[in-house]
Design a protein. Structure first.
Length: 65
């Protein structure tokens, strides 16, 4: 046994290259995931902007004490 085997470290195995069809599918999945992430971020930004606008309108309409 080698020292790495005793430590529980397995050797790094090379990854076989993807076929063109699998590479295209992988690329499309990454694009879909990025689009979903960007969509969620934009919805969150719009929610925060709307909440800030509501807070600003409420604070300006409150009577001064």
């Amino acid at each position: 046994m080698t020292i790495n085997e005793l430590r529980g470290i397995s050797p790094i195995k090379p990854v076989a290259p993807l076929t063109p069809a699998k590479a295209r599918i992988d690329s499309l999945k990454r694009t879909k995931d990025a689009a979903a992430k960007n969509l969620k971020a934009e919805r969150d930004r719009q929610k925060v902007a709307k909440a800030q606008q509501t807070i600003a309108s409420v604070t300006t309409s409150l009577p001064k004490i």
